[in-house]
Write a protein that binds this ligand. Structure first.
Ligand code: AMP
Length: 543
């Protein structure tokens, strides 16, 4: 027997419609490309999104069409999130840091009908005009007075589109499983794979986020998303913030430590979200300002890569709560939540810090399991380490127009294979050992690069580091520690090895240490171990 409750479709447009009524005056502040600060609010965002939806329809956009954005975090990008999905079209957020080959692939694979771009990215489009579909049209996300001369044919001005339309428009109703967004993950090999979100998955994710990160989301709170709107929906912020009435401060193109600090301070931002590399930049800026944290900053959410204990401690010691979470583009992205709740939040400080280095705890509606190489489930005892699989309403069930990758991604029980290697303890804490492809296999045993990096990072003269596998005749692979020394310092190999000793078995210790001025980053701002492995593939280990 079925229940007798109504079954209304979950729709993204309802999020901004609600915000317009309930939180109309909560502010959205954006750093513009001209360096000025632009202030708007949810009422205006909703109104302009409706105007843009009408403009899209006038341009011939239909349900299911892919409409791309190539843009920084700012108010127009937020409007597009609602305007595009609101009419049943698909918002394809392009990562501007993709290689030319990858970008050519994703635009052609998605068959983007329109591309909305920030002025910064004109050169990228100009360089790809003959590589993208000839039918693709381009819209510059700018006011009339900032429209430059460029080689893009028939380029349209965003504000012209808005100006021509009234806001008298109701978003249509359609099935909640209608596709709403498309985000490609750039694997290390092969072409990028498209994750196709639905209205249902997106709304459910927004609600889950509002629950597990309730501390970040409420009226009078301000979040600064450094995580880009082109990376896994900026971790769901664009949806959870309007539901909850949280203000947003968008950094635009300025993501360096000083710019981020200034914005956090100026607007007394409560919560900032981003990958560890960004927080290392902010930490450096804070230390240059005599250790003073930005006023108002209460917490930061770290994800995308493992947050080192030293990073967590540095911010916690300043009174900034660090929430370490794990997720993937394929998981919408929240997969586990690292916000410590009672009784864990009452544990002695050192025990809390240890838990904070884990990737957080299981959450509602998201099932996790770890399995051995034969697919057999392993006990969740904190000791067994296995391949991590995940299942739920907010998890990708396959990839857009890619049957082969879709088949390979899902196991017999309907779980998605993350490619991560991890343990899960009795209390549901997930602890990542590595990306499967970054693990170091030495003499048949696995060595965790994350553990070694964590310890190395706690050396005061180490600014950043990575541990990678070097091919080895006898042992198959051995670990190499790549260190970026802190300014004006150069810790010796002996000193660094001594710092690691006692924390690892002898066979787990790096064979050698090399120094770099900086570490190469991926398109999403993570350390690119692939690039490092390629650089050092012929390296001869000292021992
Ligand atoms: P992406 O889809 O680009 O966001 O990448 C997802 C991958 O980033 C995951 O499969 C993990 O390997 C890695 N990742 C995400 N969050 C964390 C974290 N907190 N600690 C370690 N690795 C992470």
């Amino acid at each position: 027997m079925h229940g007798m409750m109504m079954n209304r479709p979950l729709r993204i447009a309802d999020i901004i419609t609600l915000a317009e009524k309930i939180h109309p005056n909560e502010e959205i502040i954006s750093k513009t490309l001209q360096g000025t600060l632009h202030t708007t609010n949810y009422a205006e965002i909703a109104l302009r999104s409706r105007q843009m939806s009408k403009a899209l329809i006038s341009l011939g956009v239909k349900m299911g069409d892919r409409i791309a954005t190539l843009a920084w975090n700012g108010f127009r990008h937020l409007e597009l999130y609602f305007a595009i999905s609101g009419i049943g079209a698909i918002c394809h957020t392009i990562n501007p840091r993709l290689s030319s080959e990858q970008m050519t692939y994703v635009v052609n694979h998605a068959e983007d009908k329109l591309i909305f771009l920030d002025l910064t990215f004109i050169p990228i489009i100009e360089a790809h005009l003959d590589k993208f579909p000839s039918s693709t049209k381009y819209v510059l996300m700018a006011e009339k007075e900032h429209m430059p001369e460029c080689k893009i044919p028939n380029v349209i001005c965003y504000e012209d589109l808005i100006e021509k339309e009234s806001s008298d428009f109701e978003w249509p109703e359609f099935d909640e499983n209608t596709a709403s967004g498309l985000c490609y993950t750039s694997g290390t090999t092969g072409n990028p794979k498209g994750v196709l979100y639905s209205h249902r998955s997106t709304v459910l994710h927004a609600l889950i986020q509002c629950f597990y990160n309730a501390g970040s989301f409420s009226p009078k709170k301000k979040i600064l998303p450094i995580v880009p709107l082109f990376h896994a929906n900026a971790w769901g912020i664009p949806y959870s913030a309007p539901i909850s009435g949280t203000s947003l401060v968008f950094p635009g193109a300025n993501l360096d430590g000083k710019s981020v600090y200034d914005l956090l301070e100026k607007y007394s931002v409560n919560s900032a979200w981003g990958v560890p590399t960004v927080w290392m930049g902010l930490l450096e800026e804070i230390s240059q300002r005599g250790g003073k944290k930005p006023d108002g900053l209460e917490e930061m959410l770290v994800g995308g890569s493992a947050a080192a204990k030293s990073l967590i401690e540095a911010f916690e010691n300043m009174g900034v709560r660090v929430i370490h979470a794990w997720g993937m583009t394929e998981t919408s992205p929240l997969g586990t939540s690292g916000r410590l709740i009672s009784p864990f939040s009452e544990l002695p400080v050192e025990e809390q810090r240890h838990l904070q280095t884990s990737q957080g705890r299981k959450i509602f509606m998201v099932d996790l399991k770890i399995v051995d190489d034969n697919g057999k489930r392993l006990p969740e005892d904190g000791n067994n380490i296995g391949n991590l699989y995940i299942r739920g309403n907010t998890i990708a069930g396959g990839y857009y127009n890619n049957e082969e990758a879709s088949k390979a991604a899902i196991d017999d029980e309907g779980y998605f294979g993350t490619g991560d290697v991890a343990s899960i303890d009795e209390q549901g804490f997930l602890r990542l050992t590595d990306r499967a492809k970054d693990l170091i296999k030495s003499g048949g045993e696995w060595i965790s690069s994350i553990d070694l990096e964590n310890r190395a990072m706690s050396h005061p003269d180490v600014e950043n580091c990575a541990v990678i596998a070097i091919p080895h005749e006898k042992w198959d692979e051995r670990p190499l520690l790549v260190v970026v020394p802190a300014e004006g310092k150069k810790p010796s190999k002996e000193e660094l090895i001594k710092h690691l000793e006692g924390h690892f078995a002898k066979w787990q210790m790096p064979d050698d240490v090399v120094y770099e001025d900086e570490l190469p980053l991926t398109a999403t701002g993570k350390v690119s171990k692939l690039t490092l492995r390629q650089k050092y593939e012929n390296y001869t280990l000292a021992s």
